[in-house]
Every structure is written in C-alpha cells, then in structure tokens.
Design a protein around this ligand. Structure first.
Ligand code: FNR
Length: 392
C-alpha cells in the first residue's frame, strides 16, 4: 500500500503492473483461453484448510529440504520462464542470483534470454535446464549437451507444450514478438507513452527478444524454427513420444524430470520411462485450458507414485507461505514459482526477485510456527482438510 514496500506477492504484481508497459505485463499475467485453469490454480489453495499441531515447541524452525542429494535452504524453486529479457535487461542474472542467494535452484528455460553458459558463468549455484523437445532428436539434443557443459544439475523436459497454448489475451493486447505497433496496441501505447518508451529502452539495453541458447547450439530446427516463424504456431513439430523420452533418459545421467504431469496415469508412464522427478503443473494455465488446478491433481499423482522414490514438485498459483505448506502436505517435496519471480524482475530487477523470495520465506517461517511444525518433513495429509469432493 502507499508508504510501504510490497507486503505480499500480490503487491509485487501490482508494482510490476504499475511500472511496466501493458504489453510485456500481459504476456506474463495472462493464461490460455478463458483462464479457467489459471483461476482454478489460485482457488484450489482456498479450498484446502490447515490442521495445526499446537502445543509444540517451535522456537527452532528449519525450512530446508533435501532434493536429489542436495540440501536446499528453501522448498521454493524458480520455474523456467522464457524471455525474461523483455521485462528487465538483467533477466536470468537477476533470477538466478536471487535464487542462489536464497539457497535454492534456478531453472533456465530453453527459451532463456541469456544463454545457460552465460548464466552459469555469472551465477554460481544450482541451475536446472528446461527442454522443449520440439522437432527431431537432432533439433533438441544439442540443448541437452549445452546444459551438461554448463554444469546444470537436473534436466526438466516440458511435456505440456507440443504446440503453443491459445493465448487470446496476447492477441487482444497486441503483444507480438518482435514488438510492433498495431491496431490492437496503438491505444495503449498512446495512453502510456512513457511506459512504452521505457520498454523500448529495456529491449535495447539487454538481450531484448534474443534467445541466448539458440546461437550456442547452432541447431536450425526445433525451437529455432519456432522462434523465427512469423506465425508462431506454424513451426511447432510435436513429435515427442515415449521413444524420444527414452533417448533423453539415455543421454542425461543426472536427475531427469518431466514437467506438465496432471494425472496418475501420466505419472506412472513417466516413472516407467525412468524419470527421477515429475513436476505437477499445467504451465500456469497457459496451455490446455480445462486442466484441473495443479493442487487438485497432486493427491492423485502422489498416490500413483507412492513408494517409487520419484520426487514430486508442483507449480501453479503459489502466492503465499500457506500455499507452500498445503502443497507439501499433499505430497510435493518442493514447489516452484513462475509469474511471481518475473513480476519481481519486472518491478525492480534483482532486488525485486530478492523481495519475492523474502516475502515467501518470511511467510513460510511464520506459518510453520503457527502450524506447530519445526521441519517441512512433519507435513503430511494429516496437516490439511481437503473438500469431500476431492476424495478419489
Ligand atoms: C512460463 N512457463 C514456462 N514453462 C516452461 O517449461 N518453459 C518456459 O519457457 C516457460 N515460459 C513461461 C513464461 C512465462 C512468462 C510464464 C508466466 C510461464 C510456465 C512456468 O514454468 C510455470 O509452469 C508457471 O508459470 C507456474 O505457474 P505460476 O507460478 O506462474 O502461477
């Protein structure tokens, strides 16, 4: 509010909205079609309530987790998001720097602005790499090699994007890559010329719409073709199936995760393919509108993977410390945030991302005390009430 810094993630969003041109803001904020799934992501957290364990000494609390043999100081990892360079010239340097300062993981999108090599050189700390497996193996395997050479600790294959989602909001606001003044956005540009001018300066002073990994792989198909296509949809080659996942499994010796799991069946298929982790995610509601909330899909995935040792992460709608507790109670080892870190970046660069993580961590530590837990391991299905309608 007035006279205070941002108190909540929603405040950071409001700040990003105030300071940004509407075109790049809407790209981050929006979702597919009617935003049904995006709204469900947020609302599902309201439907689950907490069951504290009071009369517990909570003077000492530890919000760390262990994941793939590493201790992290936080259960909040940063989700891969493409082209943060259109929000701020520091782009991934701000996101990875903030993540590492907080003792957590930054996931580099294949569509990152700075290349994974540049990010690894500038930001020592745990990096994961996210792959869009478009095209033939020749199109995407060079990125696996790039991630390995940069020292990434885990590989995340995003399964939910065989083609682009139907982002009508971006069409309506006139968000195009590269940016063009069109009938759709001329009104906005004229109403807020200062913000538009600042955006043009942002694009010119950093990576802008460049995607750093493309030049380094030298590949010509796959993402490169999608990126170069004027009509975005026209160049997706959605050929990734179980055989290609087996191929990636053979190439990558470290932890392999698949992102975009929303059903028990898909979780079992991923387990059979030899993955080490799944990310329960509907891409922040940006792909198939009509998918269930990520939190709503989590118990089914947790049941399907029970006893397998496959790690479960969740993203989609994490905005509060209590959201983190609810996801961990229902079976996630960790959560990830997409829009929140990009809002921090858009609002204030590196300090903005630091603020996002500080807010979530302060809330989480307070909420652990209020819940009567000292470590996150103490959370389980006994820690929450779920609506009766969620019962299998
Ligand atoms: C994304 N997401 C995404 N996912 C991915 O696997 N590769 C990518 O390049 C991107 N790019 C991207 C850009 C932007 C601007 C957003 C908002 C999201 C999806 C992202 O990783 C994550 O699944 C969602 O953002 C999680 O939901 P919340 O936290 O935004 O509600």
């Amino acid at each position: 509010g007035p006279g205070t810094g941002p108190l909540s993630i929603e405040d950071v969003r409001a700040l990003a909205r105030k300071r940004s041109c509407a075109l790049p803001f809407s790209y981050v904020d929006s979702a597919a079609e009617d935003s049904t799934t995006h709204r469900a992501n947020l609302r599902a957290f309201d439907e689950v309530t907490l069951r504290p364990n009071l009369l517990t000494d909570v003077r000492e609390r530890d919000r760390g987790i262990r994941l793939f043999g590493r201790t992290l100081d936080s259960p909040v990892l940063l989700s891969p998001t493409g082209m943060p360079g259109i929000q701020h010239p520091d782009a991934e340097f701000a996101g990875a720097g903030a993540a590492h300062a907080a003792g957590t993981v930054f996931t580099v999108s294949m569509a990152s602005s700075h290349s994974v090599t540049e990010i690894a050189a500038r930001c020592p700390g745990p990096l994961w790499f996210q792959l869009y497996p478009w095209g033939n193996p020749d199109d995407f395997t060079p990125y696996v090699e790039l991630a390995r050479r940069a020292g990434c600790e885990a590989l995340v294959v995003t399964l939910d994007t065989p083609v682009g989602g139907n982002r009508e909001a971006d069409v309506r606001t006139g968000f195009t890559m590269p940016p063009r003044i069109t009938r759709a956005n001329a009104g906005e540009v004229l109403r807020h010329p200062v913000r538009f001018g600042r955006w043009m300066k942002t694009l010119a002073s950093g990576p802008g719409i460049r995607m750093g990994n493309i030049a380094e792989t030298g590949a010509t198909g796959g993402m490169n073709a999608v990126h170069q296509a004027t009509k975005f949809e026209s160049k997706f080659v959605p050929g990734f199936s179980a055989a290609e996942l087996a191929l990636v499994r053979g190439l990558w010796t470290g932890p392999l995760l698949v992102k975009g799991i929303t059903t028990g069946e898909q979780a079992r298929t991923a387990h059979a393919a030899g993955v080490d982790g799944v990310i329960v995610s509907n891409h922040g509601g940006r792909q198939l509108d009509g998918l269930p909330a990520a939190l709503r899909a989590l118990p089914e995935v947790a049941a399907a993977l029970h006893g397998t040792g496959v790690e479960i992460l969740l993203d989609g709608g994490i905005r509060r410390g209590t959201d983190i507790l609810k996801a961990l109670a229902l079976g996630a080892r960790a959560v990830m945030i997409g829009r929140p870190w990009v809002w921090g970046l858009a609002a204030a660069g590196r300090p903005g991302v630091d603020t996002v993580l500080r807010i979530l961590h302060t809330e989480l530590e307070r909420d652990m005390a209020l819940m009567g837990i000292r470590t996150l391991d103490e959370l389980g299905p006994h820690s929450v009430n779920v609506p009766a309608a969620w019962a299998a």
